[in-house]
Write a protein that binds this ligand. Structure first.
Ligand SMILES: CC(C)(COP(=O)(O)OP(=O)(O)OC[C@H]1O[C@@H](n2cnc3c(N)ncnc32)[C@H](O)[C@@H]1OP(=O)(O)O)[C@@H](O)C(=O)NCCC(=O)NCCS
Length: 220
């Protein structure tokens, strides 16, 4: 395991975090990426949770980051339940596979529990997040706003039975809705990088997002 210090992100880290986020996500899900722009704007979101904005530092270098926002489940029975969502989660490519991502997730999960948050819902690769105890949100009757269960939507209860009786749909922070042209303009401030398509990670991502089934809200 790589020796690292986990600490809160500071303004002096912002650019390094955006660079490593870009490097980690570039061509990973789609040709290019916009997660570095997302990291850039999320910090100003009213839903941002600064107490959970952690960086991993190795030998004075920021090598990983995780960011959380408040989100909600819109309940079938009416009302909403506040939950957390994390992302982007990124580790600089040269430091991947050495436990950095895992420690960022576990550390902030424990902290989120201490802070009293109910649960975490994320959209991500189930093969990775199942190792941290995440389960398909379908298990709790939670789907998407467009009426499907999707395997990439995964949930983790921070408090016992926090998601019992929470059938409904997940609604992430509106700050995730970014303008594509703003992301492109932001990316222009970084060194040019080649966009590639047809990569195995992109095919896996397409497969994951295609795995849906209809969800009928409880009581309908
Ligand atoms: C995903 C990511 C954060 C993991 O960080 P990391 O420091 O490499 O992770 P760890 O070292 O804690 O864990 C590595 C293990 O997870 C596995 N893993 C990593 N990404 C995975 C994925 N998408 N699916 C399945 N397993 C994955 C590795 O194969 C490795 O397995 P092993 O322990 O059996 O060898 C990092 O690889 C990354 O930044 N990737 C690109 C961006 C990304 O996909 N972010 C998450 C968005 S959903």
């Amino acid at each position: 395991m790589l020796p690292i210090e986990l600490r809160l992100e500071r303004p002096a880290d912002y650019r390094a975090v955006e660079e490593l986020t870009r490097d980690a996500f570039w061509n990973h899900h789609v040709p290019g990426c916009d997660e570095h722009y997302l990291a850039h704007i999320l910090r100003d979101s009213p839903d941002f949770v600064p107490e959970l904005d952690y960086v991993a530092v190795h030998d004075g270098q920021v090598v990983g980051n995780i960011m959380y926002t408040r989100a909600k489940i819109v309940l079938d029975r009416g009302g909403g339940r506040e939950v957390l969502c994390f992302g982007p989660l990124a580790v600089a490519p040269a430091f991947q596979g050495q436990g950095v991502g895992g420690r960022l997730v576990e550390h902030t999960k424990a902290l989120a529990r201490e802070l009293g948050y109910a649960a975490i819902l994320i959209l991500g690769d189930p093969d990775y997040y199942s190792r941290f105890g995440f389960v398909p949100a379908e298990r709790y009757g939670i789907g998407t706003s467009w009426g499907v269960y999707i395997i990439s939507l995964q949930a983790f209860e921070l408090q016992p039975d926090a998601l019992a009786d929470c059938a409904g749909y997940f609604e992430e922070s509106s700050s995730f809705r970014m303008e594509a042209e703003d992301a492109v303009a932001f990316d222009a401030g970084f060194p040019p990088k080649e966009k590639l398509s047809g990569l195995p990670s992109q095919e896996k991502f397409q497969w994951i997002v295609s795995q849906t089934k209809p969800r009928r809200p409880a009581g309908q």
